[in-house]
Design a protein around this ligand. Structure first.
Ligand SMILES: Nc1ncnc2c1ncn2[C@@H]1O[C@H](COP(=O)(O)OP(=O)(O)OP(=O)(O)O)[C@@H](O)[C@H]1O
Length: 303
């Protein structure tokens, strides 16, 4: 069943097209991701979907309701994780949850939320003293207080250490198990890969590709990448065995191949003949990062 439909959404700031014709659908129970670098338009898109930002053109339908026309009703169905910086620092964890609960008629027991977010032991702690991961979990807990069907998470793990990030992934996967529909934005390809059923790769306000993570990688028709420092012409590398594509990132060459072993042998032979020393040689399976690189010619991690 379709839970969200976004049609030709557009938003400009002066001459900058922050969101430039975004269309997508999200099914009930799905985790849908917006993956893209800083400034790609992910936050603007999400806030328009949430009814928090006006849009110039297009339409957003959530659970059969138009976000533009039925904004109030839509808010009953959606939960939005606020950035933790906007929480009242001096309140205790339990207090802020009770305060948020008082805003709604339909609400979940605070104890249940504390348990679900792994914060029961911190119920009496001041928000100020929480770790980054605990604050993010509380922010998600606040978004769940009225038991919404759809949850929006904007870069939920940015700035967290790997352990806190993984703990948050478990919470997101747990929400999916409860049947929630989740839309999240991220610029971490690993996060997008682990969490999302489908994702849209965004750049400069546009969706460049939309599919399951595995299909996006498979669409590259390149199983592996060989990367190494290269200060010479890349063109001769294109004719090496099984190489499907050659590209560069900064001072590195990236060769994509359908047969890693044969291509590596060919590369080593070639560099020996040319008397070139291979430096910083790495091989890896193709990732969403490579999909992004192919689509935009840039690296996802370039800030
Ligand atoms: N209120 C605003 N006024 C002017 N420009 C804006 C405004 N909000 C966003 N922009 C611009 O729109 C573009 C998209 O921004 P947006 O915050 O949606 O990107 P993002 O993908 O979420 O990036 P980030 O990861 O940095 O949040 C950026 O170039 C940004 O500078």
């Amino acid at each position: 069943m379709e839970m969200i439909r976004v049609k030709e959404l557009k938003k400009s700031y002066g001459s900058l097209k922050a969101v430039d014709g975004v269309s997508l659908t999200v099914s009930e129970g799905e985790i849908f991701g917006l993956l893209g670098p800083n400034g790609a338009g992910k936050t603007t898109t999400m806030e328009m979907m949430e009814g928090l930002r006006d849009f110039d053109e297009g339409e957003v339908i959530i659970s059969g309701l138009s976000v533009k026309k039925d904004r109030k009703k839509v808010t009953e169905h959606i939960g939005v994780q606020l950035q933790s910086t906007s929480m009242f620092d001096l309140l205790k964890v339990e207090e802020i949850l009770r305060m948020y609960a008082s805003f709604y008629k339909k609400r979940k027991p605070v104890d249940e939320i504390l348990e679900q977010m792994n914060l029961t032991e911190k119920r009496k702690a001041a928000i100020k003293g929480l770790s980054g991961g605990q604050k993010q979990r509380l922010a998600i807990g606040l978004a769940l207080i009225h038991d919404p069907k759809v949850i929006f998470l904007d870069e939920p793990t940015t700035g967290l250490d790997p352990q806190a990030r993984r703990a948050l992934w478990d919470i997101v996967l747990n929400l999916k198990q409860q049947g929630k529909t989740i839309v999240l934005s991220t610029h971490y390809m690993e996060e997008a890969y682990v969490l999302c059923d489908r994702l849209a790769i965004m750049d400069q306000g546009k969706i460049m590709a939309l599919d399951t993570p595995d299909n996006l990688i498979a669409s590259l028709e390149m199983e592996s990448a060989i990367q190494f420092k290269w200060e010479n012409e890349v063109q001769p590398l294109e004719s090496l065995h099984h190489i499907t594509k050659v590209t560069t990132i900064k001072d590195q060459a990236v060769l994509y191949t359908t047969n890693l072993q044969e291509s590596l042998i060919a590369l080593i032979k070639f560099t020996e003949l040319e008397n070139i020393q291979l430096q910083d040689l790495q091989t890896r399976r193709a990732t969403l990062e490579d999909v992004f690189l192919q689509l935009t010619g840039r690296s996802l991690r370039e800030e």
